[in-house]
Design a protein around this ligand. Structure first.
Ligand SMILES: [Zn+2]
Length: 97
């Protein structure tokens, strides 16, 4: 949560507030748009990190299954892990250019 200045009275209010508590000026158009933009970026990078984690987990499971003699499972899990990581990277690139 961040504090923004009310464009009408200059009072510092929460960027989550729908209206200024001092002068009731509605906090709609611009600050809300900026907040949404930041949220989307944050969400995407979080998904990207989660995907990296999941992909890494798949690769680890694949390597573990190799040590227990399941070579086929190893290949499948490693490929899945790599695919997930590449997929997330592509998605992050797609959304952010
Ligand atoms: Zn105000």
């Amino acid at each position: 949560m961040a504090l923004i200045k009310c464009p009408e009275c200059g009072r510092e209010i929460s960027d989550k507030a729908e209206a200024c508590p001092g002068c009731a000026c509605p906090m709609s158009a611009e600050p809300d748009y900026v907040g949404r933009e930041a949220q989307t970026t944050e969400k995407t990078s979080k998904e990207w990190k989660t995907g990296q984690l999941v992909g890494g987990g798949f690769i680890i499971v694949g390597l573990l299954s190799l040590s227990s003699g399941a070579a086929e499972g190893c290949v499948v899990f490693c490929l899945l892990g790599v695919a997930i990581i590449i997929g997330c990277k592509t998605a992050a690139w797609w959304y952010h250019g």
